[in-house]
Design a protein around this ligand. Structure first.
Ligand code: Q9C
Ligand code: ZN
Length: 342
């Protein structure tokens, strides 16, 4: 299987993440992609290729222009205020205020465009997000052209990024951008299967009213897990999108037996909906030793996940999302890919 990767992913190296009331070194760090790349090479998964540069057009097909402009300028605007730390949102247009006038001040703009305070913006963040979406686009274009599976070693991840919001370590929604690209190139219906521990709120929001993308997500129940405010089972889509959004909230402690029952249901729905392409939002933070998650999947379970995905016999693009057990991230992510190819 071909892997797409570029060093541009490493241009984001944030220093701070607000975590339990203290600023810690971010879980979402550049070492993650280095270790996955090392594992790809160790197991001989296949060629590692540089992505092409696709510019902003495919980004603007799913994201708001004002949002993209905000991301492009945020770091400079922050520095222009004389700030020394990283850009972190700290006030939001919550239930009791207005959100229809976008502020001019960078602090207000951060609140408008951020969905959480865990994700600092630092130098190189926009450039890394650009590299990440180019990896996703290159991977899906390869799958579309050849029918062969591909792996986009994306970083930063994407599935929490909504049409006009960043957070949960995500800026551009790589899976949504890739799926939209496939539709724009003639695919009639795409399935996005999100196996990251966290609900893919951004992907859900982008496609909620559409029937050309079937979105399915297995994740920690938002009653107790990030992102807390989306991901319940009764969110099934709206309008023509009704029935094309499927959430499987699962309790903390869920192991592969229960997790894979939800997976099998998701796979049956993908089959029934006649999807022509599968995009896997491949987070591996469902791993038992993930430091910020609560499921109990083992490294071998990720191999079995790959096998079950292969049984769909669909053109498939894998895009890396989360996974913070940095020592094992390469093993777990690549186990899915080798299981798929077995
Ligand atoms: N410092 C992904 O897996 N942060 N994002 C919670 C608070 C939110 C995870 C910890 C976790 C987001 C792509
Ligand atoms: Zn996650």
């Amino acid at each position: 299987m071909l892997t797409f990767y570029s060093d541009g992913t490493r241009r984001r190296r944030a220093r701070s993440e607000l975590d339990g009331g203290v600023l810690v070194s971010p879980y979402e760090c550049p070492e993650r992609v280095e270790l996955v790349l090392e594992r790809v090479r160790d197991v001989g998964l296949g060629e590692v290729r540089e992505p092409e540069a696709f510019g902003l057009e495919p980004v603007l097909a799913v994201h708001d222009r004002g949002y993209v402009d905000f991301l492009a300028r945020c770091w400079d605007d922050w520095l222009a205020e004389g700030r020394t730390g990283e850009a972190i949102a700290w006030i939001w247009p919550t239930r009791t205020m207005r959100d229809d006038v976008i502020p001019e001040h960078i602090d207000g703009r951060l609140g408008h465009y951020a969905l959480s305070a865990d994700t600092s913006i630092c130098e190189g963040t926009f450039e890394a997000a650009m590299a990440s979406k180019d990896i996703a686009l290159s991977a899906v274009r390869h799958t579309l052209a050849s029918g062969a599976p591909s792996f986009g070693l994306c970083r930063p991840p994407g599935h929490h990024a909504a049409r006009d919001q960043f957070g949960g370590y995500c800026f551009f929604n790589n899976a949504a951008i890739a799926a939209q690209q496939a539709l724009d190139r003639g695919v009639a219906r795409v399935a996005i299967l999100d196996v990251d521990f966290h609900h893919g709120n951004g992907t859900q929001e982008i496609f909620f009213e559409r029937d050309d993308v079937l979105f399915l997500s297995l994740h920690g129940d938002p009653r107790t897990c990030f992102p807390y405010f989306l991901g319940h089972a009764d969110e099934t889509g709206r309008g023509r999108g009704e029935g094309f959004n499927v959430n499987y909230p699962l309790p903390p402690g869920t192991a592969f037996d229960a997790w894979s029952r939800a997976l099998d249901d998701a796979l049956a729905r993908i089959r029934a909906a006649g999807c022509e392409l599968l995009v896997v939002s491949l987070g591996v933070d469902a791993f038992e030793h993930d430091p910020i998650s609560a499921f109990k999947l083992t490294s071998d379970d990720f191999t079995e996940l790959g096998r079950r995905l292969a049984a769909l016999r669909l053109p498939t693009t894998f895009l890396l999302e989360g996974g913070y057990a940095v020592e094992e991230i390469g093993i777990n992510a690549v186990n899915v890919l080798t299981g798929f190819e077995a």
